[in-house]
Design a protein. Structure first.
Length: 245
């Protein structure tokens, strides 16, 4: 299935290439999420109809109103909070999006945070504009500054081509001084480097390595000649000592 390619220039002037999620993938995701919501509503309906009204639960008594209020609140959360909650916790994915292999990201290529998750879903009920633009963006995406792309999970086989765990354990770059956002930038580049043209990939590796080296106080002579190898070691050192992910 063909997908449109989108190249994003990050604030660090790093070029990252993503495949835009098409209507088919987004439909699969919304279908799965809607099914999950339906099951949740069904469970709540059963609780409301059987537990509260059943004779064997007559002891509920005066608490009936409060229990029903809790159920109504739960209905509201399932309807309005489902998408925002999962996208905030799972960095742009809901169960349906994870199944369909897509993810919401910022226009800068970075993972979304709670604010973007809430903002893009605020208008979901009245949002029917996905077909009206070339990037398949809903009105909520325009409000939050987000995009939906095909996800490429960062597995070790994708990230670490030139190094080994044993070698990484011997390197102390004090990578824990880096922010999670900086590590995410490195991992996104490493995971998608095979999709980037060779010359652009080389330039990106140099640019990121220089930025990270400056942040950690590591000169060119103190790091591997292969910039991608250096970035791999930094990620492994961060994971090993910061227990990242």
């Amino acid at each position: 299935m063909a997908t449109d390619k989108l190249t994003i220039d990050t604030p660090e002037q790093v070029h990252l290439e993503f495949g835009l999620a098409n209507l088919g993938s987004r439909f699969m995701a919304i279908f799965a999420d809607t099914l999950i919501q339906f099951v949740a509503f069904l469970v709540l309906y059963i609780i409301d109809g059987i537990v509260l009204n059943g004779a064997m639960f007559s002891r509920v008594g005066t608490y009936r109103v409060w229990v029903r209020a809790v159920i109504i609140l739960a209905d509201f959360c399932v309807l309005w909070g489902y998408f925002a909650f999962f996208e905030a916790v799972w960095k742009g994915q809901t169960p349906g999006k994870r199944w369909a292999g897509i993810r919401v990201i910022k226009e800068t290529g970075r993972p979304i945070d709670t604010f973007e998750a809430i903002a893009r879903n605020f208008l979901r009920v009245v949002d029917c504009t996905m077909l009206l633009n070339s990037k398949n963006r809903r009105l909520g995406d325009f409000v939050a500054g987000t995009l939906v792309v095909h996800d490429k999970t960062s597995k070790d086989s994708d990230l670490f081509f030139n190094t080994s765990r044993t070698k990484a354990d011997m390197v102390l770059y004090q990578a824990t001084r880096l922010s999670v956002q900086e590590i995410e930038l490195i991992e996104t580049f490493l995971a998608r480097r095979l999709d980037i043209p060779p010359e652009v990939r080389k330039q990106n590796a140099v640019r990121i390595a220089e930025m990270i080296g400056a942040k950690l106080g590591i000169g060119v002579d103190s790091r591997p000649a292969d910039n991608e190898n250096f970035l791999e070691l930094v990620v492994q050192e961060f994971r090993n000592h910061a227990q990242f992910r």
